[in-house]
Write a new protein. Structure first.
Length: 375
C-alpha cells in the first residue's frame, strides 16, 4: 500500500512539479485541474458567441445596405433612340425622379424598340412584364381604341385645333384608358405628318397606283385609307422593319412626321416630301395602373407630377424640333407644293376615309364630334 501510494504520490508530485504555476501548491493544482474542463467549455462558448455576434453584425450591415439601396423601378419602353429629343427629355425625367425620391424611385428606359413595337409594349404592360411606355396614337389605340381617332387624316388644320379637341376629349379618353388598366401621365406629340416618297412625287391620290406604300401593322386607320384610295396594296410592317425595307426597295412611300423620319433614318432613303400636312401625330406617357397604385403615396405623387412635366416639355420641344427637321429635309429633298385643285382632291379623300372609319373602326358619334371640334 505504501509503495503503491508512494508511486501514485510521486507520480502526482512529478506532474505537479512539471506543470505547476509559480507559488502553486499541489492541492491548489489538483483543484485547478478539476475546474479546467469547465473553464475550457466556458472559453469555447465565449469564442462561439463572439463569432456569432460578428456574423450577425455583418448580416445586419448587409441588410441595412440592401434596404438603403433598394428602389422601386419603373420600366418604360419607347421606340425613340436615346440620343433623340425624346430620349434627352426622358433622361432629364429619369434624373428628376431619382433626385426627388432620394433614390427610392427610379425610371429605367428601353430605347430603340428594345421591348418590341408599340403593340408588343402594350401587351407586355398588360402582362406585367413592362410598367410603362411612351407611345404614339397607334399605341394609345391599343390601350383605348377611340384615342386613335385624333389622328384621322385631314381632321385638324393646326396644333391649336388639335389641342382644343384633345382637351375636350381628355376626360373621356383618360377614363377609357383607366378602365383598361392604364394611367396616362401626360400627353405629347410626335409631329406633323408629311407624305414622302422615293424616285417620284405623289401629288394626288391617283399617284399611288403601282407604288409600294408602308402602313404600320398595328394602325387601325391607315389600311382603311388605302382601301378608299384603291388600286394599291400597302405593305404592313412594324417600325423596326421599315428601314430594312426602304433599303431593299420593298417600300417606297410612307407618311410620317419629319422629325420621326429623320431620327429613325428613314428620310435618308427618300427624296420627295409633300409640304402640306396630312395629319398630326400624337402620343402620351402611359403606365400600368397596378404599378402606380402599388407605390407609396409620396412616390406615386412624384411619378405623376414629374410625368406631367416631362410630357409638357415634350409637347413644346417636339413641335419646334419637328419644324426644324422639316426645314432640314426641304434642303435635301424635292419639295412637292400642291395646287389648290390637288389639295381639294386630298381633302375629299380624307373625308371619305373618315366616313369609312365609322363603319366598324370608330363610333360615328365620335368621328362627328371630332370633325366638329376640328372645324
Amino acid at each position: 500500500m505504501r509503495a503503491g501510494r508512494a508511486c501514485l504520490f510521486e507520480s502526482d508530485e512529478l506532474r505537479y512539479t512539471n506543470m505547476r504555476r509559480p507559488g502553486e501548491t499541489l492541492e491548489t493544482r489538483r483543484v485547478r485541474g478539476s475546474e479546467e474542463p469547465r473553464r475550457r467549455l466556458l472559453m469555447m462558448l465565449r469564442r462561439a458567441m463572439v463569432k456569432l455576434l460578428g456574423a450577425l453584425t455583418v448580416l445586419a450591415g448587409i441588410g441595412a445596405s440592401q434596404d438603403a439601396s433598394a428602389a422601386d423601378v419603373i420600366k418604360i419602353g419607347t421606340l425613340a433612340p436615346k440620343s433623340s429629343p425624346w430620349g434627352q427629355v426622358f433622361s432629364v425625367w429619369e434624373k428628376a425622379v431619382k433626385e426627388k425620391s432620394g433614390g427610392r424611385l427610379e425610371l429605367q428606359f428601353f430605347y430603340n424598340g428594345q421591348q418590341g413595337d408599340e403593340g408588343a409594349m402594350v401587351g407586355k404592360m398588360k402582362a406585367g412584364q413592362l410598367d410603362g411606355a411612351a407611345v404614339t396614337a397607334v399605341g394609345l389605340g391599343k390601350v383605348y381604341k377611340p384615342i386613335l381617332a385624333l389622328q384621322m387624316p385631314g381632321l385638324f388644320s393646326s396644333w391649336a385645333k388639335l389641342d382644343a379637341a384633345r382637351e375636350a376629349m381628355r376626360p373621356e379618353f383618360e377614363k377609357g384608358a383607366a378602365d383598361a388598366g392604364f394611367r396616362i401621365l401626360g400627353w405629347g406629340d410626335v409631329g406633323r405628318a408629311h407624305l414622302m416618297s422615293k424616285g417620284f412625287a405623289i401629288r394626288s391620290p391617283g399617284d399611288f397606283a403601282g407604288k409600294k406604300p408602308y402602313v404600320w401593322r398595328d394602325d387601325a386607320a391607315m389600311p382603311v385609307f388605302f382601301q378608299v384610295v384603291g388600286g394599291v396594296t400597302p405593305v404592313p410592317l412594324n417600325i423596326p422593319e421599315v428601314l430594312p425595307n426602304l433599303n431593299t426597295g420593298a417600300i417606297n412611300v410612307l407618311v410620317a412626321p419629319a422629325l420621326a423620319a429623320e431620327q429613325l433614318q428613314w428620310a435618308s432613303k427618300l427624296d420627295h416630301i409633300v409640304a402640306d400636312t396630312s395629319g398630326f401625330a400624337i402620343g402620351a406617357l402611359v403606365v400600368n395602373s397596378k404599378k402606380i397604385d402599388a407605390l407609396p403615396g409620396d412616390l406615386k405623387a412624384i411619378l405623376q407630377d414629374t410625368g406631367k412635366v416631362a410630357a409638357n416639355a415634350l409637347t413644346q420641344r417636339i413641335r419646334k424640333e419637328d419644324d426644324a427637321a422639316f426645314g432640314r429635309l426641304k434642303g435635301k429633298m424635292t419639295v412637292v407644293e400642291l395646287t389648290a385643285d390637288e389639295k381639294a382632291k386630298w381633302q375629299g379623300l380624307f373625308k371619305q376615309v373618315r366616313g369609312r372609319l365609322t363603319q366598324g373602326t370608330f363610333a360615328p358619334g365620335l368621328v362627328a364630334k371630332l370633325e366638329g371640334l376640328g372645324g
